[in-house]
Design a protein around this ligand. Structure first.
Ligand code: FAD
Length: 515
């Protein structure tokens, strides 16, 4: 393997050929577990972007990662991409002819529980950057009856991968995204330095790396805040025919304080038809529940809205008290009378709910098909117009999978972090078009769906909406500058500081490698 790298470094790179340090570069990778079996590192969940890395490194420690980064820095052209679970959509974890670090090689390192001094004794767990959230959940609950406070819907994602973006689910209205629930990290910067950072120590790196799209360093360990894990969850779905009533209720629910409202608030749009992938059948939670369209008002439009809620409880909670608490909240909601579904499931079953979807999608062959997804944050001030123009027109027939839309609170997002959200009001909505369609010839070509995504983004620009792409992807630096707006200068300053050669996460296509 080293011979192969040597060939690459010496044979393809005129500048480094003249550089006396080349021998050191190659030998500095000696002893690392490296493979040229790169097929899986050259593709991702999106299934539309492909690239061929030079090699995949399976690091066994932060020291290995620092060595790989320093070795790449000593060449004129090598880049380094940390790959979490490769669940990006647009090649963000790829490194064309560069080194890909398989972060899952370190997924079993250092799970350590502790309590913060001086912040009310908040409990935490130190987890490896390459750990899957699913594993974090299982270990925390089974060993200590504790669990992280903020999640993603799907847990087959790595800690480092979601912290590099945000990490959003139905708990984010209360605790903020996952990036807001981390108090310390160990990060290997683009300079090859291993740095412990927090709000108080090396804070600029801490803030930069959270939501930083992998641009400033590789997260090898994160300290994640925990709460008492409940035993059970009451999981509820109620349906609306009017977007205005839906948003009013959703916004009221996310404004309630802890202990006064639900523990989870999400929602989605679905088609007002019996289509099995896009319509009424997607709403019931349990197989023995049926959606009764007779309940719908005769003037209901082409799409309907479903608010999805969950309340945590313990086995010791008296059933009648629980019913009363739920009824007190649900009784104030103005959903379509009678169109309500509820089940009681264990906390683990609730958090692992998308795993069931994954298993079914794999059977149908749509898990491995292309996924041209679109994720956006849209200000409250524009969401009604978005509903009229996008939900009710452009995607009125659905996207073959969930269309999420639910409110989040900007006050729960730390503006010192690198992630961008709309600024014009405290409430903004996440909108996610999670397309699950078969590959051609059974389904449409991905380009057609990408074009539809682009038409939606263009509509938002044309109408002057206050919005940001979540899990952003752009092909030009101008678009990245527009994305970061007045935070662009901060972003490039941070890049110059922590990754001056622009080695890291080249698949984001923000910066070019500096020779
Ligand atoms: P990868 O795709 O491997 O990497 C993403 C980026 O992070 C790359 O630039 C990579 O270089 C960088 N990176 C990876 N690891 C590290 C590290 N340790 N240090 C520094 N940089 C690193 N998002 C949500 O917020 N909420 C959801 O509910 C949600 N559900 C999803 C469900 C599915 C089925 C899928 C496919 C995606 C979902 N996402 C969701 C999006 C997901 O959070 C991002 O795509 C995330 O980046 C994927 O994590 P990953 O571990 O696969 O990262």
């Amino acid at each position: 393997m080293i011979a192969y790298l040597e060939h690459f470094v010496h044979g393809n790179d005129a500048e480094s050929r003249q550089d006396d340090t080349d021998g050191d570069v190659v030998s500095s990778l000696d002893g690392l577990e490296i493979t040229t079996a790169t097929a899986s590192a050259g593709k991702d969940f999106g299934g539309t972007k492909f690239s061929k890395p030079l090699a995949v490194v399976r690091p066994s420690s932060a020291v290995d990662i620092a060595r790989a980064v320093r070795a790449a820095a000593a060449t004129a052209n090598l880049t380094v991409a940390a790959r979490g679970n490769g669940h990006s959509i647009n090649g963000q974890a790829m490194a064309h002819r560069g080194l890909v670090l398989d972060m899952r090689a370190m997924e079993n390192h250092c799970f350590r529980f502790g309590a913060e001094n001086g912040s009310g004794g908040l409990r935490y767990v130190d987890v490896p950057g390459g750990a899957l959230w699913e594993d974090v959940l299982k270990r925390c609950v089974s060993q200590f009856g504790l669990a992280p406070r903020s999640w993603t819907d799907y847990l087959g994602l790595t800690v480092g991968g979601t912290l590099s973006n945000g990490g959003v689910s139905g708990q984010a209205f209360r605790y903020g995204p996952q990036t807001a629930n981390v108090t310390e990290m160990e990060v290997v910067t683009g300079r090859g330095e291993t740095v412990i950072c927090s709000e108080k120590q090396n804070s600029e790196l801490f803030f930069a790396a959270l939501g930083g799209l992998g641009q400033f360093g590789i997260i090898t360990r994160a300290r994640v805040l925990l709460q008492q894990a409940p035993d059970m969850v009451r999981w509820i779905r109620v349906v609306y025919s009017e977007f205005e009533a839906y948003t009013r209720d959703a916004e009221w629910l996310v404004s309630l304080r802890e202990g006064e409202g639900f523990d989870y608030v999400e929602g989605f749009v679905f088609v007002n038809s019996d289509d099995p992938c896009n319509g009424w059948p997607t709403v019931p939670i349990h197989p023995n529940q049926r959606f009764d369209p007779v309940r719908l008002p005769s003037n209901a439009g082409p799409v309907l809205y479903c608010l999805e809620l969950a309340l945590h409880y313990r086995h010791s909670h008296h059933p009648s008290t629980l019913d009363m608490e739920v009824e007190k909240l649900v009784g104030r909601l103005r959903f379509v009378e009678g169109v309500k579904f509820e089940v009681d499931v264990s906390y683990m079953e609730f958090l692992l709910r998308v795993k069931r979807v994954e298993e079914e999608a794999k059977v149908k062959g749509i898990w491995d098909a292309p996924h041209p997804w679109l994720n956006m944050f849209i200000s409250k001030s524009n969401i009604a117009e978005f509903d009229r123009e996008v939900f009710k027109k452009i995607i009125r027939n659905g996207v073959g999978g969930p269309i999420l839309v639910y409110p989040l609170l900007r006050s729960k997002w730390d503006s010192r972090h690198s992630v961008m959200v709309p600024e014009s009001s405290n409430i903004f909505y996440i909108v996610a078009l999670l397309r699950f369609v078969p590959a051609p010839p059974k389904g449409p070509h991905a380009e057609i769906l990408v074009a539809q995504n682009n038409a939606i983004i263009q509509l938002c620009y044309n109408r002057g909406f206050d919005f940001k792409l979540y899990l952003p992807h752009y092909n030009s630096q101008e678009n990245w500058m527009r994305h970061f707006g007045d935070k662009w200068t901060r972003f490039i300053d941070r890049k110059a500081n922590f990754d001056p050669l622009a080695l890291l996460a080249p698949g984001q296509k923000i910066f070019s490698r500096i020779p």
